[in-house]
Ligand binder design. Structure first.
Ligand code: BQF
Length: 295
């Protein structure tokens, strides 16, 4: 078994990003600028936003964190989004999900200008992805694609099983693996909560992407020898022996499945790390007008 080391790859990519920033500055341009909006005080969301801000610092990006109280009216958030859309000093921005229940995530996502949608959640960017046009790939799928490329894992003709069908991971991964060219050309099966026999599908898989948010759902007896396992799950489970009272586990039983896998991502230190650097790669593209050329 070989680990798919997200931490190591993320470090490599960060040093590439630092060099790109140096080149921009040397050309008399300013550093890329990412803004992040955090509504409320969900503990996991606070960690994620902090990871993003710290990563910006590490590569020399400018970042702005805008914190709003949990009871911020939707209209107020929409106004902020509009302000960021028109702020020429901001190259790209994200609104951290999940949002408080009284705010409609779809309405917020639709309000973000596609040119600044570095999370790649706007339907325009999703549509461009589905058609293979230049776009901001959603950060987790982008991270997984980058991981597969950098480990040179073959996908052509492979049986891929995606477990989960969310708009931000499962569905885009299924589209990307089935597209023409590398890392596509695979045969894709999408499994979900209504799948009759999950193990029947996962046992046939050459590559499994687990993105359902169920701790350690995928067990050793559900996979074949030599499988490639991409574990997208970041689940907090109670662990009184830890200082914080919890530990992180994926959607895959790492202990068991790693005995049979050829390649597997750890949690933590796997896909999550790639997700954060992918957001930075999208922000660089935004600053350079690579997807939507600047006027
Ligand atoms: C690691 C996320 C679910 C819902 C909304 C590194 C992150 C996580 C883990 C991180 C995630 C998950 C993020 C590790 C951002 C990934 O070392 O394993 C980084 O910061 N993530 C998010 O912004 O929103 C989410 C998961």
């Amino acid at each position: 078994m070989e680990l798919l080391d997200g931490k190591k790859l993320a470090q490599d990519i960060k040093s590439e990003l630092r060099q790109a920033v140096d080149a921009l500055l040397a050309a008399g341009k300013r550093a890329p600028h990412l803004a992040a909006v955090l509504v409320g005080d969900d503990p996991a969301s606070q960690v994620y936003v902090r990871n993003k801000v710290q990563s910006c610092e590490q590569v020399g990006f400018r970042s702005s964190l805008i914190r709003l109280p949990a009871d911020t009216p939707e209209a107020e958030l929409l106004e902020l989004v509009d302000q960021l859309n028109f702020d020429a000093t901001v190259d790209g921005f994200i609104v951290q999900l999940p949002l408080p229940r009284h705010i409609n995530e779809e309405r917020i996502t639709l309000a973000i200008a596609p040119e600044k949608d570095v999370d790649g959640f706007h339907p325009v960017n999703f549509g461009r992805m589905a058609q293979g046009l230049p776009t901001y790939l959603p950060a987790t799928p982008y991270g997984i694609v980058e991981m597969i490329k950098r480990y040179e894992l073959p996908t052509q003709g492979r049986e891929v099983v995606v477990v989960g069908r969310s708009n931000i991971v499962g569905t885009p991964m299924a589209i990307l693996f089935s597209r023409k060219g590398y890392p596509g050309d695979a045969t894709v099966t999408v499994c979900h909560s209504r799948t009759a026999d999950l193990a029947f599908h996962t046992r046939r898989a050459d590559i499994i992407v687990a993105a359902v948010g169920i701790p350690e759902l995928i067990k050793a007896d559900m996979v074949k020898e030599g499988v490639v396992v991409i574990d997208v799950g970041i689940n907090r489970i109670a662990d009184p022996s830890r200082e914080k009272g919890f530990r992180l586990v994926g959607d895959v039983d790492f202990e068991g499945v790693s005995q049979k896998a050829a390649f597997i991502t750890p949690v933590p230190g796997g896909v999550g790390q790639m997700t954060v650097v992918s957001l930075l790669m999208n922000t660089l593209k935004a600053a350079q007008g690579e997807i939507y050329p600047k006027a």
